[in-house]
Unconditional design. Structure first.
Length: 566
C-alpha cells in the first residue's frame, strides 16, 4: 500500500506531504481544485509519461516521492524480488524528478533506473482507473488482455510458450519470404554478384600488396637522387682519392710506435677501428651502387597496378582487406542464391513443421482462454447484482482465426479474437459492448471488472479517478458499497463527486485552491475530521449554500455507510 507521498513543485502544488492508511481514501473538492493533480503525480511514479508542463512555473524541477509498504503483500513482494529489489524490510521507495527542460530521472530505493523499469514496479504497486479506461473497455482489441490477465499464471505460461514458438516461426517465414522475391530481381542480383566476384578474383589481391607497391614506387621515383648522393658519398669516403689510403698510412704509423708510450696504444686502436669501419662501409656503398638499376617499365607496371587497386577500392571497400572481406560475403550470398531452390525446400519444410507446432500450442491456448472467459463472465455477472444491474449479463466470445494454414493467420498474442458482448435488459439479445452500454453502465462494468480482478491479481493500491461520472440514485449507492467492499482487500483511492461514495470513506481528504502571499495559486490538502466530513458531504449534496437539511442528510449518509461497512 501507499504509505507516504511527497510532492514538490508539481503543477500548482508547491509542497505537499501526505500519509495514508489502508481502506478507502476519498478525495473531494470543487472542480479544478487539483484533485486529479495528485493522481497525475502518482501516475508519474508508476511510469506515466512526463513533461516539463508538470513543473511549477519558476521552479527548476518537480519531485514526486512515495513510500510503499509491501509487508502484507506476499505476491507483490515475490514479484519485486524477481526484479532484483531487496524486500527484507517490506518497504519500497519510488522517486521521480522532472526538470524544466523535460529531462526525467527515476529511482527505486535510491537506485537510478530507466523509465521502463519504473513502469514494471508501478504496474505491481498501483492500478489507476480513470474515465479514459472506459474507451479501452469499448475497444475490442483490449478484450483479449482482460481474459489473459484473469487467467493468471496458467494462461501466462501458455502464452509465453506460444510467443516463443511464434518468434521462431516468424524468423522462418521471413526467410521464406526472402526466397520468394521477384525472380527478375533475383536474376539481376545473381548477375551482379557474378560480375563483382569475377572482377575481384581477376585482380588476385594480396593483403599487404598495396603497401609494398607504394614503397617500391617511392624508391623508383627517387632513384636519381639516391644514386647521385650515394655516388658522392662513396667518392668522399675514398672511392676515387687517397683519403682512405692516408687513413691507412696513419694507422700504420701509430701502430709502429704504440709500444714506446702507453698512451699511444689508445690512439692506435681508435684510429685503426675508424679505418676498418670506414673501409667496410665504403665497400658496402660501392656494392649497393653496383646493384642499383633504374627500370622505368617497372614504374609503369606499379602505376597500373595501384590504379587497378584504387578502382576496386572505390567500388568495394576502403582497403584491400575490406575488398577481400566483401568478396567472401558476396560469394556466400551467390552460393545461397544459386542453391535457393534446395534451401527454400528445407526452409519451407521447417516452416510447415513450425506452423504445425505453433497451431497446436495456439489451439491449446485458445481452449484455455475459452474456459477462462466463461469463468470471467460468470464472476462479472455476479458483481452486476451488487451494482443495480440485476438484468445485465456479459458474454465473452473467443473466436479462433479461420486461416491457420499460413503464418498470416497467427498473431503474436495467439490465434484468437476476443469480444465482450452484453445485454442489459431482459429479452434483449447480446450485442457488442460498444454498441449498448451507457456511460453510467460502463462505470459500473469497469468497477465490476476491477473487483473481480482484485480477487485474482492486481496491485495493493487501486485508484479511481471520477469513475462515477454518469451515475446517480440507487446505482450511486451501489457503486459506493462496491468500492467500500473492494477497499477491504486493497487500499483504494477515489476522486468522487458522489456524496454516497464520500460517506463510505475511511479517510476523507478535501482539496481546494488558494492564493499565496505572492498572489500565486496553490493547493491546500486537508484531512477531514467527523464534523468537517459532514460539512463537506452536505456541500456535495446542496452546493455552496449549506442548509440544515443537507447537513442532516449528510449525517444520515455517514451513519448508513458505517452500518453498511460493519
Amino acid at each position: 500500500m501507499l504509505s507516504e507521498l511527497q510532492i514538490i513543485n508539481f503543477a500548482i502544488i508547491d509542497k505537499l506531504n501526505m500519509s495514508f492508511e489502508n481502506g478507502l481514501t476519498v478525495f473531494t473538492g470543487e472542480t479544478g481544485a487539483g484533485k486529479s493533480i495528485i493522481i497525475d503525480a502518482i501516475a508519474l511514479l508508476a511510469g506515466g509519461r512526463g513533461s516539463s508542463d508538470y513543473v511549477r512555473h519558476g521552479a527548476q524541477k518537480a519531485e514526486i516521492e512515495a513510500l510503499f509498504d509491501t509487508e502484507d503483500q506476499g505476491g507483490i513482494r515475490e514479484s519485486l524480488n524477481d526484479l532484483g529489489v531487496d524486500q527484507s524490510d517490506g518497504q519500497l521507495i519510488l522517486k521521480r524528478e522532472i526538470s524544466s527542460t523535460g529531462k526525467s530521472i527515476c529511482r527505486v530505493n535510491g537506485k537510478l533506473v530507466t523509465l521502463s523499469v519504473l513502469q514494471q514496479f508501478g504496474r505491481l504497486l498501483v492500478d489507476i482507473h480513470g474515465q479514459h479506461e472506459h474507451q479501452q473497455l469499448l475497444e475490442q482489441g483490449n478484450h483479449l488482455s482482460f481474459v489473459d490477465r484473469f487467467g493468471g499464471n496458467s494462461l501466462k505460461k501458455l502464452k509465453q510458450e506460444y510467443r516463443n514458438a511464434y518468434k521462431e516461426v516468424a524468423k522462418l517465414a521471413a526467410q521464406c519470404n526472402k526466397y520468394n522475391q521477384d525472380e527478375k530481381q533475383l536474376a539481376q542480383r545473381i548477375d551482379l554478384l557474378q560480375y563483382q566476384i569475377g572482377e575481384i578474383d581477376a585482380a588476385h589481391l594480396k593483403a599487404d600488396e598495396e603497401e609494398r607497391l607504394l614503397e617500391e614506387k617511392r624508391k623508383l621515383v627517387n632513384f636519381e637522387k639516391v644514386f647521385q648522393m650515394l655516388k658522392a658519398s662513396y667518392e668522399a669516403l675514398g672511392g676515387d682519392n687517397a683519403s682512405l689510403d692516408l687513413l691507412r698510412q696513419a694507422t700504420g704509423y701509430l701502430d709502429s710506435i704504440r709500444d714506446l708510450d702507453p698512451e699511444l696504444a689508445h690512439f692506435s686502436e681508435s684510429v685503426a677501428n675508424c679505418f676498418y669501419l670506414l673501409e667496410e662501409q665504403t665497400s658496402a656503398v660501392r656494392a649497393y651502387l653496383e646493384q642499383m638499376e633504374y627500370n622505368p617499365e617497372r614504374l609503369d607496371e606499379i602505376e597500373l597496378r595501384l590504379n587497378e587497386i584504387h578502382l576496386l577500392k572505390k567500388k568495394y571497400g576502403n582497403s584491400v582487406e575490406e575488398i577481400m572481406t566483401y568478396n567472401d560475403q558476396i560469394k556466400k550470398e551467390y552460393e545461397e542464391l544459386n542453391s535457393r531452390d534446395q534451401n527454400f525446400d528445407a526452409l519451407n519444410e521447417a516452416l510447415q513443421t513450425g506452423l504445425g507446432n505453433l497451431r497446436m500450442i495456439g489451439v491449446g491456448l485458445s481452449s484455455e482462454r475459452k474456459k477462462t472467459s466463461v469463468q470471467l463472465a460468470r464472476a462479472i455477472n455476479a458483481e452486476f447484482k451488487d451494482l443495480c444491474m440485476e438484468h445485465a449479463m456479459i458474454d465473452i466470445h473467443v473466436k479462433m482465426n479461420s486461416n491457420l494454414e499460413s503464418f498470416s493467420g497467427f498473431e503474436s498474442d495467439g490465434i484468437d479474437q476476443v469480444s465482450f458482448y452484453i445485454t442489459t435488459n431482459p429479452g434483449e439479445p447480446f450485442k457488442p459492448l460498444a454498441k449498448i452500454a451507457s456511460g453510467g453502465e460502463l462505470s459500473r462494468i469497469m468497477l465490476a471488472i476491477k473487483t473481480v480482478f482484485k480477487k485474482v491479481i492486481g496491485p495493493a493500491t487501486i485508484i479511481f479517478d471520477e469513475v462515477d461520472t454518469g451515475v446517480s440514485g440507487r446505482a450511486a449507492q451501489a457503486m459506493a458499497e462496491k468500492i467500500s467492499k473492494l477497499s477491504k482487500n486493497a487500499q483504494v483511492f477515489c476522486i468522487t463527486h458522489l456524496p454516497q461514495v464520500a460517506a463510505m470513506a475511511d479517510q476523507h481528504v478535501f482539496i481546494e485552491k488558494y492564493l499565496t502571499k505572492d498572489r500565486r495559486t496553490g493547493t491546500l490538502v486537508k484531512k477531514l475530521n467527523e464534523s468537517d466530513k459532514i460539512r463537506e458531504i452536505g456541500r456535495m449534496i446542496s452546493g455552496p449554500q449549506m442548509t440544515e437539511l443537507a447537513r442532516e442528510h449528510a449525517r444520515e449518509l455517514i451513519e448508513m455507510a458505517e452500518k453498511t461497512k460493519q
